[in-house]
Write a protein that binds this ligand. Structure first.
Ligand SMILES: NC(=O)c1ccc[n+]([C@@H]2O[C@H](COP(=O)([O-])OP(=O)(O)OC[C@H]3O[C@@H](n4cnc5c(N)ncnc54)[C@H](OP(=O)(O)O)[C@@H]3O)[C@@H](O)[C@H]2O)c1
Length: 325
Protein backbone atom coordinates (compact mmCIF):
# COMPACT_ATOMS: atom_id res chain seq x y z
CA UNK A 1 0.00 0.00 0.00
CA UNK A 2 0.93 3.63 -0.39
CA UNK A 3 0.82 4.88 3.21
CA UNK A 4 0.78 8.51 4.32
CA UNK A 5 2.20 8.74 7.84
CA UNK A 6 1.37 12.10 9.45
CA UNK A 7 4.03 12.89 12.06
CA UNK A 8 6.53 10.44 10.57
CA UNK A 9 9.55 12.19 12.07
CA UNK A 10 8.49 11.73 15.69
CA UNK A 11 9.38 9.05 18.26
CA UNK A 12 6.96 6.43 16.94
CA UNK A 13 6.99 7.59 13.31
CA UNK A 14 10.73 6.98 12.95
CA UNK A 15 10.28 3.39 14.15
CA UNK A 16 7.19 2.87 12.05
CA UNK A 17 8.55 4.03 8.68
CA UNK A 18 11.25 1.32 8.38
CA UNK A 19 8.83 -1.41 9.50
CA UNK A 20 6.25 -0.29 6.92
CA UNK A 21 8.88 -0.33 4.19
CA UNK A 22 10.09 -3.75 5.32
CA UNK A 23 6.47 -4.97 5.08
CA UNK A 24 6.40 -3.86 1.43
CA UNK A 25 4.62 -0.52 1.75
CA UNK A 26 5.57 2.75 0.13
CA UNK A 27 5.67 5.61 2.67
CA UNK A 28 5.02 9.34 2.40
CA UNK A 29 6.21 10.78 5.70
CA UNK A 30 4.84 14.13 6.80
CA UNK A 31 6.64 16.40 9.24
CA UNK A 32 6.39 19.97 10.39
CA UNK A 33 9.96 21.20 10.89
CA UNK A 34 12.24 21.66 7.90
CA UNK A 35 14.97 19.81 9.82
CA UNK A 36 13.10 16.50 9.59
CA UNK A 37 13.58 16.06 5.82
CA UNK A 38 16.93 14.29 5.91
CA UNK A 39 15.89 11.96 8.73
CA UNK A 40 12.84 10.85 6.75
CA UNK A 41 14.81 10.37 3.55
CA UNK A 42 17.35 8.24 5.44
CA UNK A 43 14.51 6.10 6.74
CA UNK A 44 13.24 5.51 3.20
CA UNK A 45 10.14 7.73 3.26
CA UNK A 46 9.25 10.47 0.79
CA UNK A 47 9.23 13.58 3.03
CA UNK A 48 6.32 16.01 2.87
CA UNK A 49 6.19 19.15 4.99
CA UNK A 50 2.62 19.60 6.19
CA UNK A 51 0.90 21.46 9.00
CA UNK A 52 -1.93 19.19 10.07
CA UNK A 53 -3.80 22.19 11.47
CA UNK A 54 -4.08 23.70 7.99
CA UNK A 55 -7.16 21.88 6.73
CA UNK A 56 -6.86 23.10 3.11
CA UNK A 57 -3.20 22.09 2.94
CA UNK A 58 -4.05 18.62 4.28
CA UNK A 59 -6.80 18.22 1.69
CA UNK A 60 -4.48 19.31 -1.14
CA UNK A 61 -1.69 17.02 0.08
CA UNK A 62 -3.88 13.94 0.38
CA UNK A 63 -5.46 14.54 -3.05
CA UNK A 64 -2.00 15.01 -4.59
CA UNK A 65 -0.41 12.00 -2.88
CA UNK A 66 -3.39 9.68 -3.34
CA UNK A 67 -2.50 7.25 -0.54
CA UNK A 68 -4.25 3.93 0.13
CA UNK A 69 -3.97 4.43 3.88
CA UNK A 70 -3.34 7.19 6.44
CA UNK A 71 -1.63 6.86 9.82
CA UNK A 72 -1.97 9.79 12.24
CA UNK A 73 1.02 9.95 14.59
CA UNK A 74 1.34 13.72 14.95
CA UNK A 75 1.71 15.12 18.46
CA UNK A 76 3.56 18.08 19.96
CA UNK A 77 5.04 16.56 23.07
CA UNK A 78 8.73 17.33 22.85
CA UNK A 79 8.57 19.87 25.70
CA UNK A 80 6.59 17.97 28.28
CA UNK A 81 7.77 19.64 31.46
CA UNK A 82 4.74 21.20 33.12
CA UNK A 83 2.18 18.58 34.12
CA UNK A 84 0.68 20.95 36.68
CA UNK A 85 -0.97 22.92 33.86
CA UNK A 86 -1.73 19.73 31.99
CA UNK A 87 -4.18 21.04 29.39
CA UNK A 88 -1.98 24.05 28.65
CA UNK A 89 1.00 21.74 28.08
CA UNK A 90 -1.07 19.44 25.85
CA UNK A 91 -2.87 22.25 24.01
CA UNK A 92 -1.11 21.81 20.65
CA UNK A 93 -1.36 18.02 20.85
CA UNK A 94 -5.06 18.34 21.63
CA UNK A 95 -5.50 20.43 18.49
CA UNK A 96 -3.67 17.79 16.46
CA UNK A 97 -6.00 15.16 17.96
CA UNK A 98 -9.15 17.15 17.17
CA UNK A 99 -8.66 19.55 14.25
CA UNK A 100 -5.80 17.48 12.83
CA UNK A 101 -7.93 14.33 12.92
CA UNK A 102 -10.84 16.19 11.32
CA UNK A 103 -8.59 17.40 8.50
CA UNK A 104 -7.20 13.93 7.79
CA UNK A 105 -10.62 12.26 7.95
CA UNK A 106 -12.17 14.86 5.64
CA UNK A 107 -9.39 14.25 3.13
CA UNK A 108 -9.74 10.48 3.56
CA UNK A 109 -13.46 10.73 2.85
CA UNK A 110 -12.94 12.91 -0.21
CA UNK A 111 -10.31 10.60 -1.71
CA UNK A 112 -11.94 7.30 -0.71
CA UNK A 113 -9.18 6.23 1.71
CA UNK A 114 -10.71 3.56 3.95
CA UNK A 115 -7.69 2.56 6.03
CA UNK A 116 -7.02 5.06 8.80
CA UNK A 117 -5.02 4.32 11.95
CA UNK A 118 -4.52 6.97 14.64
CA UNK A 119 -2.54 7.38 17.84
CA UNK A 120 -4.28 7.50 21.20
CA UNK A 121 -3.10 6.68 24.74
CA UNK A 122 -3.94 3.85 27.15
CA UNK A 123 -3.04 4.62 30.78
CA UNK A 124 -4.71 7.06 33.19
CA UNK A 125 -7.92 7.32 31.16
CA UNK A 126 -10.19 4.74 32.71
CA UNK A 127 -12.66 5.07 35.56
CA UNK A 128 -10.61 5.06 38.74
CA UNK A 129 -12.66 2.31 40.34
CA UNK A 130 -12.43 -1.48 40.34
CA UNK A 131 -9.72 -3.48 38.62
CA UNK A 132 -6.29 -1.88 38.18
CA UNK A 133 -5.97 -3.22 34.61
CA UNK A 134 -8.63 -2.36 32.03
CA UNK A 135 -9.73 -3.65 28.63
CA UNK A 136 -10.83 -1.52 25.67
CA UNK A 137 -14.52 -1.86 26.51
CA UNK A 138 -14.19 -0.79 30.15
CA UNK A 139 -15.65 2.61 31.07
CA UNK A 140 -13.45 5.67 30.69
CA UNK A 141 -13.13 8.25 33.46
CA UNK A 142 -16.28 10.40 33.34
CA UNK A 143 -14.88 12.79 35.94
CA UNK A 144 -11.30 13.48 34.93
CA UNK A 145 -9.05 15.70 37.01
CA UNK A 146 -10.00 19.32 36.20
CA UNK A 147 -6.59 20.25 34.76
CA UNK A 148 -6.73 17.39 32.19
CA UNK A 149 -10.33 17.67 30.99
CA UNK A 150 -9.49 19.05 27.54
CA UNK A 151 -6.74 16.50 26.95
CA UNK A 152 -8.96 13.58 27.96
CA UNK A 153 -11.75 14.93 25.76
CA UNK A 154 -9.38 15.29 22.78
CA UNK A 155 -8.35 11.62 22.98
CA UNK A 156 -11.95 10.55 23.24
CA UNK A 157 -12.86 12.73 20.26
CA UNK A 158 -10.10 11.20 18.15
CA UNK A 159 -11.21 7.68 19.01
CA UNK A 160 -14.88 8.40 18.28
CA UNK A 161 -14.24 10.12 14.95
CA UNK A 162 -11.72 7.56 13.72
CA UNK A 163 -14.04 4.69 14.71
CA UNK A 164 -17.02 6.40 13.06
CA UNK A 165 -14.96 6.61 9.86
CA UNK A 166 -14.24 2.86 10.05
CA UNK A 167 -10.64 3.35 11.18
CA UNK A 168 -8.56 2.04 14.06
CA UNK A 169 -7.43 3.95 17.15
CA UNK A 170 -4.39 2.58 18.94
CA UNK A 171 -4.15 3.29 22.65
CA UNK A 172 -0.40 3.08 23.08
CA UNK A 173 1.24 2.58 26.44
CA UNK A 174 3.90 5.01 27.61
CA UNK A 175 6.63 4.91 24.98
CA UNK A 176 10.19 3.96 25.82
CA UNK A 177 13.17 2.73 23.85
CA UNK A 178 14.88 5.96 22.76
CA UNK A 179 17.64 7.84 24.54
CA UNK A 180 15.55 11.00 24.72
CA UNK A 181 12.35 9.42 26.10
CA UNK A 182 10.50 11.94 28.23
CA UNK A 183 10.96 10.01 31.48
CA UNK A 184 14.73 9.63 31.18
CA UNK A 185 16.00 13.01 32.37
CA UNK A 186 13.54 13.50 35.27
CA UNK A 187 14.32 10.01 36.60
CA UNK A 188 18.06 10.45 36.10
CA UNK A 189 17.92 13.75 38.02
CA UNK A 190 15.69 12.27 40.76
CA UNK A 191 12.95 14.73 39.84
CA UNK A 192 10.34 11.98 39.45
CA UNK A 193 9.47 10.78 42.96
CA UNK A 194 7.13 8.03 44.14
CA UNK A 195 4.16 10.09 45.28
CA UNK A 196 1.95 8.79 48.10
CA UNK A 197 1.65 5.01 47.95
CA UNK A 198 2.73 4.92 44.28
CA UNK A 199 -0.14 2.52 43.53
CA UNK A 200 -1.11 4.09 40.19
CA UNK A 201 -0.67 1.52 37.41
CA UNK A 202 1.05 2.39 34.12
CA UNK A 203 1.30 0.42 30.92
CA UNK A 204 4.47 0.73 28.86
CA UNK A 205 5.36 -0.16 25.29
CA UNK A 206 8.73 -0.34 23.55
CA UNK A 207 8.68 1.87 20.45
CA UNK A 208 9.59 -1.05 18.15
CA UNK A 209 6.71 -3.14 19.49
CA UNK A 210 4.36 -0.16 19.12
CA UNK A 211 5.43 0.20 15.49
CA UNK A 212 4.95 -3.54 14.84
CA UNK A 213 1.36 -3.39 16.15
CA UNK A 214 0.70 -0.34 13.96
CA UNK A 215 1.82 -2.17 10.81
CA UNK A 216 -0.54 -5.03 11.71
CA UNK A 217 -3.42 -2.64 12.44
CA UNK A 218 -3.02 -1.13 9.00
CA UNK A 219 -3.70 -4.52 7.46
CA UNK A 220 -6.80 -5.07 9.61
CA UNK A 221 -10.42 -4.09 9.03
CA UNK A 222 -11.81 -1.37 11.31
CA UNK A 223 -13.54 0.09 13.15
CA UNK A 224 -11.66 -0.92 16.27
CA UNK A 225 -9.79 0.31 19.32
CA UNK A 226 -6.75 -1.60 20.58
CA UNK A 227 -4.57 -1.24 23.64
CA UNK A 228 -1.00 -1.42 22.36
CA UNK A 229 0.76 -2.04 25.65
CA UNK A 230 3.10 -4.67 27.04
CA UNK A 231 2.13 -7.71 29.14
CA UNK A 232 3.17 -6.15 32.41
CA UNK A 233 1.08 -3.24 33.73
CA UNK A 234 2.74 -2.16 36.97
CA UNK A 235 2.42 0.27 39.86
CA UNK A 236 4.69 3.32 39.89
CA UNK A 237 6.34 2.11 43.10
CA UNK A 238 7.31 -1.05 41.21
CA UNK A 239 8.58 0.22 37.85
CA UNK A 240 10.15 3.53 38.87
CA UNK A 241 13.01 2.05 40.96
CA UNK A 242 13.76 -0.42 38.13
CA UNK A 243 13.92 2.41 35.60
CA UNK A 244 16.19 4.43 37.89
CA UNK A 245 18.50 1.45 38.25
CA UNK A 246 18.61 0.83 34.48
CA UNK A 247 19.59 4.48 34.00
CA UNK A 248 22.28 4.25 36.67
CA UNK A 249 20.43 6.85 38.75
CA UNK A 250 19.90 6.93 42.50
CA UNK A 251 16.64 5.35 43.72
CA UNK A 252 13.60 7.65 43.41
CA UNK A 253 12.65 9.83 46.36
CA UNK A 254 9.34 9.34 48.14
CA UNK A 255 7.05 12.29 48.74
CA UNK A 256 3.71 12.54 50.55
CA UNK A 257 0.54 13.16 48.53
CA UNK A 258 0.14 16.77 49.69
CA UNK A 259 3.65 17.68 48.57
CA UNK A 260 3.17 16.01 45.18
CA UNK A 261 -0.13 17.85 44.68
CA UNK A 262 1.51 21.15 45.63
CA UNK A 263 4.52 20.87 43.33
CA UNK A 264 3.42 18.57 40.51
CA UNK A 265 -0.35 19.12 40.52
CA UNK A 266 -3.46 16.99 40.70
CA UNK A 267 -2.98 15.27 37.32
CA UNK A 268 0.50 14.00 38.24
CA UNK A 269 -0.79 12.86 41.64
CA UNK A 270 -3.65 10.98 40.01
CA UNK A 271 -1.24 9.24 37.63
CA UNK A 272 0.99 8.30 40.55
CA UNK A 273 -1.72 6.94 42.81
CA UNK A 274 -4.92 6.05 40.91
CA UNK A 275 -4.10 5.46 37.25
CA UNK A 276 -5.28 2.21 35.70
CA UNK A 277 -3.16 0.21 33.29
CA UNK A 278 -4.38 -1.63 30.19
CA UNK A 279 -4.64 -5.20 28.89
CA UNK A 280 -3.21 -6.11 25.47
CA UNK A 281 -5.24 -9.35 25.09
CA UNK A 282 -7.43 -8.01 22.29
CA UNK A 283 -4.54 -6.67 20.18
CA UNK A 284 -2.63 -9.95 20.52
CA UNK A 285 -5.69 -12.02 19.70
CA UNK A 286 -7.09 -10.01 16.78
CA UNK A 287 -3.92 -8.59 15.22
CA UNK A 288 -1.70 -11.64 15.79
CA UNK A 289 0.79 -9.28 17.44
CA UNK A 290 3.79 -10.67 19.30
CA UNK A 291 6.09 -8.50 21.40
CA UNK A 292 9.85 -8.32 21.33
CA UNK A 293 9.74 -6.85 24.85
CA UNK A 294 6.73 -8.35 26.69
CA UNK A 295 7.84 -6.58 29.87
CA UNK A 296 9.40 -3.20 30.60
CA UNK A 297 11.62 -5.14 33.06
CA UNK A 298 13.71 -6.43 30.15
CA UNK A 299 12.92 -3.48 27.89
CA UNK A 300 14.31 -0.83 30.25
CA UNK A 301 17.55 -2.80 30.59
CA UNK A 302 17.86 -3.18 26.80
CA UNK A 303 17.01 0.47 26.16
CA UNK A 304 18.95 2.23 28.87
CA UNK A 305 21.77 0.31 30.50
CA UNK A 306 25.14 1.41 29.11
CA UNK A 307 26.27 -2.19 28.43
CA UNK A 308 23.13 -3.02 26.45
CA UNK A 309 23.34 0.25 24.49
CA UNK A 310 27.00 -0.36 23.66
CA UNK A 311 26.09 -3.85 22.45
CA UNK A 312 23.27 -2.46 20.27
CA UNK A 313 25.60 0.19 18.82
CA UNK A 314 28.13 -2.48 17.80
CA UNK A 315 25.55 -4.47 15.82
CA UNK A 316 25.60 -4.31 12.04
CA UNK A 317 23.30 -1.63 10.63
CA UNK A 318 19.77 -2.93 10.19
CA UNK A 319 16.39 -1.31 9.88
CA UNK A 320 16.04 -0.88 13.65
CA UNK A 321 19.36 0.83 14.17
CA UNK A 322 18.73 3.11 11.18
CA UNK A 323 15.48 4.16 12.82
CA UNK A 324 17.34 5.17 15.97
CA UNK A 325 19.71 7.56 14.26
N1 LIG B 1 2.32 7.19 24.22
C1 LIG B 1 3.32 7.93 24.65
O1 LIG B 1 3.96 7.68 25.68
C2 LIG B 1 3.79 9.08 23.82
C3 LIG B 1 3.11 9.52 22.68
C4 LIG B 1 3.66 10.55 21.90
C5 LIG B 1 4.87 11.12 22.28
N2 LIG B 1 5.48 10.68 23.42
C6 LIG B 1 6.79 11.21 23.85
O2 LIG B 1 6.87 12.61 23.67
C7 LIG B 1 8.19 12.97 23.29
C8 LIG B 1 8.12 13.78 22.01
O3 LIG B 1 7.46 13.00 21.00
P1 LIG B 1 7.94 12.99 19.48
O4 LIG B 1 9.40 12.71 19.43
O5 LIG B 1 7.06 12.08 18.71
O6 LIG B 1 7.81 14.52 19.02
P2 LIG B 1 6.55 15.46 18.78
O7 LIG B 1 7.04 16.84 18.96
O8 LIG B 1 5.39 15.04 19.62
O9 LIG B 1 6.23 15.27 17.20
C9 LIG B 1 5.63 14.12 16.67
C10 LIG B 1 5.43 14.29 15.18
O10 LIG B 1 4.38 15.21 14.93
C11 LIG B 1 4.85 16.19 13.99
N3 LIG B 1 4.12 17.45 14.22
C12 LIG B 1 4.17 18.27 15.28
N4 LIG B 1 3.33 19.32 15.10
C13 LIG B 1 2.73 19.13 13.89
C14 LIG B 1 1.77 19.83 13.13
N5 LIG B 1 1.21 20.98 13.54
N6 LIG B 1 1.40 19.34 11.93
C15 LIG B 1 1.93 18.20 11.46
N7 LIG B 1 2.84 17.47 12.13
C16 LIG B 1 3.23 17.94 13.33
C17 LIG B 1 6.34 16.28 14.23
O11 LIG B 1 7.03 16.86 13.11
P3 LIG B 1 8.52 17.47 13.30
O12 LIG B 1 9.38 16.33 13.81
O13 LIG B 1 8.95 17.89 11.94
O14 LIG B 1 8.39 18.58 14.29
C18 LIG B 1 6.65 14.82 14.41
O15 LIG B 1 6.72 14.17 13.17
C19 LIG B 1 8.98 11.66 23.12
O16 LIG B 1 9.72 11.43 24.30
C20 LIG B 1 7.90 10.64 22.96
O17 LIG B 1 8.29 9.34 23.42
C21 LIG B 1 4.98 9.68 24.18
Amino acid sequence: MRVLVAGASGAIGTRLVPQLIEAGHEVIGTHRSAGSVECLRALGAAPLQLDLLDQDAVMRAVIAQSPDAIVHQATALSNLTDLKNFDRTFHQTNLLRTRGTDALLAAARRTGVRRVVAQSYASARHARTGAMVKAEGDPLDEHPVASMRESVAAMRYLEQEVSAAGGIALRYGTFYGAENDGLVEPVRKRQFPIAGDGAGVWSFIHLDDAAAATVLALEHEGPAIYNVVDDDPAAVREWLPVLAQALGAKPPRRVPRWLARLFAGQAALMMATESRGASNAKAKRELGWTLRFPSWRDGFVAAYTPAARAHAASRPVDSVSVART
